[in-house]
Structure formats: C-alpha cells, structure tokens
Design a binder for this molecule. Structure first.
Ligand code: BGC
Length: 376
C-alpha cells in the first residue's frame, strides 16, 4: 500500500514537471499559449539569429501569429544542422502537426524533415528548399531566380561602354537559393560579359565559363565555391580584401559588384569604399535589411531586392492552418529538390534603390520613416 502511495506521489510530481517543461520556451521561443488545447501545433525553425534577415522573419511571424488560435513555437538553429535536428526533435516531442522550417543546409536538413514526416507531421520548407528527400510536403518561397536576375540587371543598367571591372560574389553552396540567385544573375550578366561590357576580375572559374550562356549546377558550383561568402559578413570582407589586394589599379576604377545579399553587400561595399584605386562602385543586395536601407539612403549600397517577409509569413501560416483544418493548401507551381517535385507557393520581389525606397518600404508600412536618418 505504502509502495503504491509512493508511486502515485512520484507520478504526480513527474506530471507536474512535464507540464512545466512543455510550458517553457527555449532560446527564441514564442511559447505564447495561444488558444487551442495547449499543445504546440505549429513548430517553426529558422536558421540563425546572427543575420537581421531571420530576426525580421521572427518578428513578422510573431506579429502575424498574435491572433491565431493555434499555439506556435519558434526556434533558431544558429547555423548548425545538429541544433536544427535537435530543434525539430524537441518540437516533435511537443506534438506539433506542422513544421515550418528554413534549413541551414538544404541537404543536411533532409534528416530532420524525415524525422518529422515519420511522425505524420506536415513539413513546409520556408524560403530555402530542403533537398534530397521526399519528406517535404510544401515550399513557400520568393522567386529566387528573379532576385538574381534583378541584381544582374541593375549592374547592366548602370554600366556604360566596355571593359567595366566586374567582381562576383555568391551565397553558401549548402543553400539551394545561392544557386538560384547565381543562375538568375548569370542569365543577365553573361551576354554582357560576352560582348565586352564587363570583365570578370575575381574568379578564374567564371572566366573559364564566360562563354556559356547556361551553366550546369556543377559549373555554377565551381564558380560559387570560389566566390562564396558562405552568407558570412567576415568571410565576405576577407574575400573582398584579398581580391582587391590581388588586383592591379587598372582592375579597379569604376567597378561593378554582384553581392548576393545585404549583409555581405555592406561588408564588401566597406572594403571597396576604402580602396584608393576604386573611384566608384555599384553594388547589389537583397532583403531590404534596415542597415542596408540606411546604406542606400547614404549612397553606400546601390540597390536591394525587397522580399516582403510579411507575405511569406502569411502564406506559410495559411498553409499550416489549411493543413490543420484538414484541407489541401493552395500552391502555384513546384520546385524539384533532386528527389521530388515539391508543390510551391511563390512570391514576387521588388527592386529598391534611392528612387523608390520611400514608396516601396515606408509608404507600404514595412518600416517607419523614423527608423532612418536622411530620408526626405
Ligand atoms: C535567403 C536570403 C538570405 C540568405 C542568407 C537565403 O537563402 O533567401 O534572403 O539573405 O539566405 O541568410
């Protein structure tokens, strides 16, 4: 009898402990206990807090989820596939039904997606595609080829005459988007390299392939591995520094720089701005990060590609809710992830420079004018 009583006390303590634990968030958690039966229904995993882009996504998710009836938890993987897998496993133990995940490394995340699928969880790949597995149900994304094409087109439209020095940079090769951005940019830049408008200055692999209008993934991989920033500000800075150290004064002057996103654009721009032989530079970006919007106002970054995260967040939440309600989410196309065609919903992007910055980013309510200085 005594034994049983002990057992009951132990079980009660255990239950209380579990209840407390499941009510606790870990780093970056939005354990808001919104409505529902208390169980976490939607789990969201984002790649890192170290880039403003993903903190922006977290903010927009929190804004959009404020009124939802479903409880949601957001976790960050801090650039580690192992943490990403652990995050997914932790969400699975909380009983999620839908996983919205932006992978740190597209291939490596296949294991996490498969673990989720094995438990009957619907997997939505967010912004970056999880590759090499059929365990991805949906993909919510921007038009990444259009992002790269817009960057390339901006450089083309800014250049006059022949022999303009071109410096190429790319994202991380573990990110499928880095290939899509590069593919888009190359489609626009290559004809202008072939006709002599631009001369590539920092990639022997790109020079070797400069007569090819369309590159295979392997060929793109060769160029990307030479000019990758790995989405890392410091790596971007170090690469730009070593490129400018290696370049002769004649390879500088008025230069054109394909920078893959805002974070790396700012690092690269700072390096080019401080080189005495660089007279002017045009540099691309993407994400409309606050710091880059200020750089554009100040004339230190030429453009950004605005990807309205509010739309991506809205689309992925609508998709998740549709799944939770037993419906089939609406999609607009599909992306092949090397194993299967993943049904996808795609959002368009907007090119922003000094001319339309106010209309695109302030008047649209994305940012407040008071967040910037020197805005007219
Ligand atoms: C995203 C970009 C982001 C980059 C680095 C890409 O997959 O689409 O918006 O700047 O990753 O995090």
């Amino acid at each position: 009898m005594k034994k049983y009583r002990k057992l009951i006390v132990f079980a009660t303590v255990l239950m209380l402990l579990l209840a407390t634990l499941t009510g606790c968030g870990t780093d970056g958690t939005d354990d808001d206990g919104n409505g529902g039966d208390g169980a976490t229904r939607i789990g969201i995993v984002l790649p890192t807090k170290d880039e403003p882009r993903w903190v922006q996504d977290e903010t927009r998710f929190n804004e959009a989820l404020a009124d939802t009836d479903y409880s949601v938890e957001i976790l960050f993987s801090q650039g580690s596939s192992a943490s990403e897998k652990a995050n997914v496993e932790s969400l699975l133990t909380k009983g999620i039904d839908v996983l919205i995940i932006c992978p740190h490394d597209g291939d490596a995340a296949a294991a996490a997606a498969e673990a989720a699928a094995a438990e009957g969880v619907t997997v939505i790949s967010y912004d970056r595609l999880i590759t090499g597995t059929d365990a991805v149900d949906y993909y919510v994304t921007f038009d990444s080829i259009a992002v790269g094409a817009a960057q390339g087109q901006y450089l083309v439209d800014s250049a006059e005459g022949e022999g303009n020095p071109l410096y190429l940079y790319a994202g991380a090769s573990s990110d499928n988007n880095a290939f899509l951005f590069f593919e888009g940019a190359w489609s626009v830049l290559q004809p202008k390299i072939a006709d002599g408008t631009f001369v590539i200055k920092n990639s022997s692999e790109a020079v070797a392939l400069q007569d090819k209008a369309e590159l295979t993934r392997d060929e793109m991989g060769r160029i990307i591995s030479q000019v990758t920033t790995n989405w890392d500000f410091n790596e971007a800075k170090n690469k730009a520094e070593s490129h400018l150290t290696a370049a002769a004064a004649a390879d500088k002057g008025d230069v054109y720089i394909l920078a893959p996103n805002d974070g790396t654009a700012r690092s690269i721009a700072d390096v080019f701005a401080s080189d005495n032989d660089v007279t002017s530079y045009v540099v691309t970006g993407q994400d409309a990060e606050k710091a880059s919007v200020q750089y554009i106002i100040d004339g230190k970054q030429s453009m950004t590609v605005f990807k309205d995260v509010r739309t991506l967040v809205k689309d992925s939440i609508e998709m998740a809710i549709s799944v939770l309600e037993g419906n089939t989410p609406q999609t607009t196309g599909s992306y092949n992830n090397n194993v299967t065609d993943v049904p996808a919903k795609q959002t368009e992007v907007i090119v922003v420079d000094q001319d339309n910055l106010k209309a695109a980013l302030i008047d649209s309510g994305y940012y407040e004018a008071s967040e910037f200085t020197g805005l007219e």
